[in-house]
Design a protein around this ligand. Sequence first.
Ligand SMILES: [Zn+2]
Length: 519
Amino acid sequence: MNECGDALMTGFRRVFEIIVSLSFLPAILAASSCAPSSDEAVEQWNLVKLRISDKEVIEEVEQDSTAMALVRQIRSLDYRFVSNIEPGFLWIIVDDDDLRSLHDQGYDLDEIMREGERELFKRMVWGPRMELPDGYHTYGEIIDELRSLRLRFPEITHLESIGRTQEFGNEIFAFKVSDNAATREDEPRILFSAAIHGNEIMGTEFCMALMDELVNGYGRIDSITRAVDGLEIWFVPVINADGYTISTTDHPMWRKNARDNNGDGILSDGDGVDLNRNFDFSFEASGSEDPSSRYYRGTAPFSESGARTMATFVENEKFLFSATYHSAEARVYYPWRISRHGEEEYSSEDILLTGIAEGIAGRIRCLNDEYYYEAVRNTFDDAYTTNYYYGVLGTLDFMIELGKYDHVYPKPVLDRIINNNKPGAHYLLERAHGPGLTGVVTDSMTGEPALAIVRILPFDTGDITPRTTDPATGRYFRVLQPGEYSLEIEVEGIVVKRMESVVVEDGGWTALDVLINRR
Ligand SMILES: [Zn+2]
């Protein structure tokens, strides 16, 4: 969530969401009278309800200056959790000092309950039963489901472990849906992944639902059959398997991995690395260097096995597209905006990238059904998947932020978020059928596929690592808009071929095989 800034989740849900959410409230309140007697050793936190507006429903907190001023002040507190479970109010979890400070500043507030921090999280995020709500699954259940799908659809699915987490030793699973799934075919590849942040568990459910739709729709729905036959569609439903395990069993707000930062052998609040700040890209500027921060980047690029595993996987598979599911902002982030010499610059491929990001975002309805998701360039100065996959590996990655204000919604809302998001994913699948340029680079002397840099001018600038052919096949894919381009092929540091006025057609892939002579 909130890849661009602060972690504050705030705003106001519209009517539908309100009706669903309010069903939590009486139970939360009732529970205060039967809360377990306080253990001296457990620090008590305060669940506080702040009035932020007299309006019944406000569309966006940003449009309400009173609310926004309050939000800015709340941000300066050491808050633990913020929700807008009830319109017109912010529900926050604060310590005693901050509670006093709120009183001193004269806020209109109600103290709802005082309880251990963990219990408050569970009430706020999971609801009155204080257990993982219907519609969500533990990591064990996700793995069982992958294995079950693998058995039920053996022709078109493939399951493999691509790595292990460093603390709990959880395997990180990748699941492929494609015809001839057992073999690596010479087809465009696309990745859907989720839960790089352990508590952003709606993304996992989305991946599972999309997977389910693909395997069941194969042979029945034309667009799905075409996608499964023509593409290699991969899923990594849970990247941060340790963080996901913690967040689905014990601590619903656990975002980072389980890295024991202070080496005391105990998993505590200051532990963990934000895997989405740990890639080898703009690392020194990325997130925070403070281990207790929610955005802690780790001690070095790729210090964390979760980030390393994904980098290696994406590099090996040379994905055309990747959709990395987060929550909760109703946005699609894409690369990138660079602050340079006081100016804001965009990627040299900005028109293409913006077009695709808007293509995704413009198909995903917000919960209120009136608005669509927003496409937003993310900052260059962070070690996100987006920047590393795009900048270094040549995979166009989009961080899709599901939902709007919270990471866990009751099942009816979750189902709506999933259904609303499917058109965005289907657009990306469709876009993987072109337009663009593809071909095989062959060495004329040996007749073998060549490992070559394929440069599209004027896009390939110093901000990105040169795009290469697949060494196994000599194949290159380049997503492009229809138009005229120049092409440059480089092998071992020498430009061996240059082609002008290469026309990329609308619809489908334009084929251009290249024979090179290295002498
Ligand atoms: Zn996230």
